[in-house]
Design a protein around this ligand. Sequence first.
Ligand code: SAM
Length: 326
Amino acid sequence: MTCEGDVLTAEYRHTPVMLPECREALALKAGGSYCDCTLGGAGHALGLARDIVPGGTLIGIDQDPAALAAAGERIGKAHLDLRFVPLHGNFSSLDDLLVEAQVPGIDGFLFDLGVSSPQLDHPQRGFSYAREAPLDMRMDPGNRTTTAAEVIHTFNEADLTWILREYGEERWAPRIARFIVEARAQRPLRTTTELVDLVKAAIPARARRTGGNPAKRVFQALRIAVNGEMDALRCGLEAALRWLNPHGRIAVLSYHSLEDRIVKECFAQAAKGCICPPEAPVCTCGHEPILAHVTRRPLRASEEETKENPRSRSAKLRVAVKVGTR
Ligand SMILES: C[S@@+](CC[C@H](N)C(=O)[O-])C[C@H]1O[C@@H](n2cnc3c(N)ncnc32)[C@H](O)[C@@H]1O
């Protein structure tokens, strides 16, 4: 499996965030079946793998073929007594992927959301506002899905505003969208640098002085839109809850408020008992909770970790356990 360019497969450096916390959260046991839905370079997966030998099953999903190749090589080299099942696909299709893996149920799911460091650093992928690259941003570059450049050139001003506001929480969304529409009428916007310059021009100077790179939120918004990240997360979490064995655990690492909100709401909904309207005199729904929170508040990375790995600063780890017998 290769990707456009071989930088990702040659050297895949990504420091797993809150690894000890994730291992503990999943209550790993030898011989169990676990699924890392965002395998990346297997930083987390390898950490989990060591706790499920002998005889465990580790399923690793990633939509990026380069990540899968790097992870497969790394796990292979560890020579562990387990069944490793790498699967190329989007966790929005978790049901199909797990059918392919031929497992009856899963004892623990891990989701470590977003992009990896090698994806951000890869010169051709276009995820980073700090590197000159074509405006691509697809996590699965082999897939014939829309690129960031296509979003920028085909979406109307209202839709662009909506994306920037909803997915980037960008205060200047209408202004930036207008600048994009005006600029693209003159000449195509092709590279990350062109987009960064446009965003800088659209945001008033006084608002550009704080909050890091002014294009950060625009890049986040486009990445989320290009990869359909929010819908994928909802679908993936719902499917994961169906596949979890009783007492199985689910741990999700999110890196911005939009992701965290979806995880929080999904867990809260699944942890609900009766869902009858409040005015109902007696319960008629018979609804039973299928999840219980292991930690009510999200766990955060230690100060030590945030110093060593700045990416961990924004991480929130939510953990829940399957209750009931289904
Ligand atoms: C933050 S990285 C994971 C890093 C990994 N935990 C490690 O320690 O090496 C997220 C990975 O998930 C993948 N990914 C993100 N969304 C996905 C989705 N909806 N389906 C499948 N893979 C996805 C990305 O391609 C990326 O490789």
